[in-house]
Design a protein around this ligand. Structure first.
Ligand SMILES: Nc1ncnc2c1ncn2[C@@H]1O[C@H](COP(=O)(O)OP(=O)(O)OP(=O)(O)O)[C@@H](O)[C@H]1O
Length: 758
């Protein structure tokens, strides 16, 4: 250890001593807070379940319950804050910081240390600055010399005289070096050389400049990021969320941020990053889950299912284009604008088998409203009238003899459940009336929900009518008539194609001025290449107040033919009606070794821009089998010892994955087959189709059957590229017979080819 390192270690020791002293204080406060929470909770008689149908006067006036609730919420919050402080201190006690900048400002030199969170001593001196603090931007962006950083009160310029990086483990500096680079290679080498983990790690110590631009952008309404495989898009999303939460602590909470992720495995994989940065996770959802929730009762086709079907069925390109382009959105707008009231399709509202509100009745209400109002406004008023009518009907029904009889037949528990928190009535007649009212409300809640959700409009018929309109508008009557027929047939089986789900929802929302969540302030869409423009338009519509960060890689287009960034940016400006859109391109790939990245990029027609981070490993291996097929070769490979911790066998389809997994199990090789419903990678050897491996990474990847037969289409090379780019350290490809055409054409020096089982 040289003198400089000794000096730095002394400082680390000092800071850790301070941290430990504060840990003792926080632990003590936490103990006290915990006791208080338990005492308050003990007093709290839990009962106040609030009726969503109509908040009863009685429960509204129950001030005591409200007060108790607030008290519980307050003590729980105090405890949570202390827990969070405790967790932060624990992390800092292991590694208080990872970076240092020496700066001079107004002839005053100073050294600032950057870590996971800020830490101050008793005199309020900053011993560590949070990596998100304005001054920390220098660490990520600045090269030595004059540097400027942004603060809430404007730009400040200082002289950066030195930049130092540390690796600190268990309180000991294990590595330390000075650099003029933004964040130098050595630390990154170390970070990237690690074995893969079940959870993604945070990258705050080694954020690269261009990633930092994404993380710290607060200027734009839409940030569009095209980043090659492994360039840190997902990492950028997560550190950006942490950054935004830190900077808008008062206005923004994690619940106001939504991330659309590609699948459930991915959601689990990234679940630890924000907690490791001391922040709560944002909301996460897949497009399929989002659509399912909005089209209750229908089986919405998933993207995966669409992909699997497209492997065997030919869908006309013209239809795909018509259903996924901006044209569809503009035509939906035009359709709604020109709709005459007589074009509206109303529906009966049923309870069990009985029509409660007929389509005819709803139409009458609608027709009575002033034609000067827009259709959306008239539908809203129709809805309100129906709700009022329902309430009147129910009030009347609640007093009927038949309901009195039904309530009297309830068990004691059922009756008590109706009374809920209102069990202390002085007057029996009032109690009975209350119970009867609750009873009918509960029974007819589905009707209320149906009206609330606009089921008095037959949105399916309306959408079918739109398809006809659209066919005429784009001169494709026959094609759209065929589409309409498939749509109606699927509907009979309670199914809806993904291609129809989104325009149908858009139509519903446009007509009823509904379906918008105004609370969400930031929307993140990962794997943007998997979304059609119509779907992106719908998400923007669903979250009108959200700023958007849209990231992906056009080259990893599994589900649709890829577009280019400029085309996408131009269309998004039109669709989102904004010019405040910035595009950022990330061309450096960090995940894989240089050998794997160079091999992967050679598969792409437009791969030239991809640059590999310099971390070396073995050349990828292509195993060409003879007549025995891929499986015996795969088995032999898996039986050989390996240094890699995790191995993924990645196939093109779920069916292939199931077959491979089954055969491995027969051969007594423990493995885990992943399906779309799985949330967690459970073993070190997994078998999965490529679309479930999106966003994930493994130490070793085995691409199963990259033959010309299995990967026959010219666009299939993108699938092999996506598979290859999941590998961090080792890549093996197996092909039975001639290999995929693009693969056959790449420079043979980029991989080792072995012919086995001749
Ligand atoms: N600045 C960095 N420091 C350390 N590791 C990094 C950095 N940037 C990226 N990585 C690592 O590189 C890998 C790929 O990152 P990430 O998954 O965020 O990329 P991506 O662009 O979303 O990839 P893909 O599109 O292929 O799924 C991860 O292991 C991540 O931790």
């Amino acid at each position: 250890m040289n003198d400089e390192q000794k000096k730095e270690q002394q400082r680390v020791d000092l800071v850790i001593t301070e941290i430990k002293a504060q840990q003792i204080l926080v632990d003590d406060q936490l103990n006290k807070a915990h006791q208080e929470t338990r005492a308050v909770e003990g007093n709290y008689t839990d009962n106040a379940s609030i009726n969503t149908f109509e908040i009863d006067d009685a429960s509204e006036t129950n001030a005591e319950v409200q007060q108790q609730r607030q008290l519980v919420a307050r003590v729980v919050e105090t405890e949570n804050i202390l827990k969070k402080q405790g967790a932060t201190l624990k992390a800092l006690a292991q590694a208080p910081y990872f970076g240092k900048v020496d700066i001079t400002e107004a002839a005053q030199p100073m050294s600032l240390y950057i870590g996971l969170a800020s830490f101050q001593d008793k005199q309020q001196h900053f011993l560590v600055y949070d990596w998100r603090a304005p001054i920390a931007a220098i660490y990520y962006n600045g090269t030595l010399g004059q540097v400027t950083y942004t603060t809430p009160s404007g730009a400040r310029t200082v002289q950066l005289t030195n930049k130092r990086q540390f690796t600190i483990e268990n309180g000991q500096i294990t590595n330390m070096f000075d650099t003029d680079e933004t964040v130098g290679d050595e630390m990154l080498q170390y970070a990237l050389g690690q074995q893969s983990d079940a959870y993604m790690q945070n990258i705050v110590a080694t954020i690269q400049k261009e990633q930092n631009d994404i993380i710290r952008d607060t200027k734009h309404d839409v940030l569009l990021v095209q980043g090659v495989a492994g360039s840190g898009k997902t990492s950028a999303i997560l550190q950006r969320i942490a950054y935004l939460l830190y900077h808008a602590r008062r206005e923004l909470t994690a619940d106001q941020i939504v991330l659309f992720s590609p699948n459930r495995l991915f959601s689990h994989y990234i679940a630890d990053v924000l907690p490791s940065l001391g922040e709560r996770n944002m909301r996460q959802i897949t497009l399929a889950e989002f659509l399912d929730a909005r089209l209750e009762g229908l089986n919405v086709q998933s993207l995966f299912n669409e992909y699997e079907i497209n492997q065997i069925r030919h869908v006309p390109t013209a239809l795909n284009q018509a259903m996924e382009s901006v044209k569809l959105v503009t035509n939906l707008d035009a359709y709604v604008a020109q709709l005459a009231p007589t074009d509206l399709k109303f529906a009966d509202i049923y309870h069990v088998d009985q029509v409660i509100f007929s389509a005819y009745h709803s139409r009458i209400i609608f027709n009575r409203l002033s034609p000067k109002l827009s259709i959306g406004e008239r539908l809203l008023q129709t809805k309100n009238t129906l709700i009022k009518e329902l309430k009147r009907k129910l009030a009347h029904l609640a007093e009927s003899a038949i309901v009195a009889k039904e309530v009297n037949q309830l068990t004691v528990d059922e009756y008590q459940a109706l009374l809920g928190s209102q069990s202390a009535f002085h007057d029996l007649a009032r109690q009975q009336a209350y119970a009867q009212k609750q009873y009918v409300y509960k029974k007819y809640q589905p009707i209320y929900d149906a009206i609330y959700n606009n089921y008095f409009i037959d949105i399916f018929k309306q959408y079918a009518a739109f398809l006809q309109y659209y066919g005429t508008q784009i001169g494709q009557n026959a094609m759209l008539a065929a589409k309409e027929e498939t749509f109606l047939t699927e509907l009979e089986y309670h199914r809806i194609d993904l291609q129809d789900a989104v325009p149908l929802l858009l139509l519903r929302d446009m007509l009823t001025k509904n379906g918008q969540n105004r609370e969400i302030k930031h929307l993140f869409i990962d794997e943007m290449q998997d979304y059609s423009l119509v779907q992106l338009a719908y998400l923007k519509h669903a979250f009108p107040n959200a700023k958007l960060t849209i990231l992906g890689d056009m080259q990893q287009a599994l589900f649709r033919t890829s577009t280019n960034l400029h085309f996408l940016a131009a269309n998004l400006k039109t669709l989102f009606k904004t010019n405040n859109l910035a595009t950022i391109v990330l061309n450096k790939s960090y995940r894989s070794t240089q050998e794997i990245t160079n091999f992967g990029k050679a598969l792409l027609e437009k791969g030239a821009a991809i640059t590999a981070f310099t971390r070396h490993g073995e050349l990828p291996v292509l195993l060409r089998t003879g007549s025995r097929g891929c499986l015996p070769v795969l088995l032999e490979l898996l039986q050989q010892p390996t240094q890699q911790k995790t191995t993924a066998i990645i196939t093109k389809t779920q069916q292939q994955a199931a077959m491979v997994s089954h055969q491995l199990t027969n051969a007594k090789l423990a493995n885990n087959l992943m399906t779309a419903t799985d949330r967690e990678l459970k073993a070190d050897l997994v078998v999965l189709p490529i679309y479930l491996a999106k966003g994930l990474e493994f130490d070793r990847v085995i691409a199963y059957d990259v033959s010309a037969e299995n990967y026959a289409k010219p666009t299939d090379a993108a699938i092999i590229y996506t598979i290859a780019s999941r590998a961090m350290h080792e890549l093996v490809l197996i092909a039975d017979g001639p290999v995929n055409q693009q693969l056959a054409q790449i420079d043979p020096s980029l991989y080792r080819k072995l012919i086995v089982n001749k």
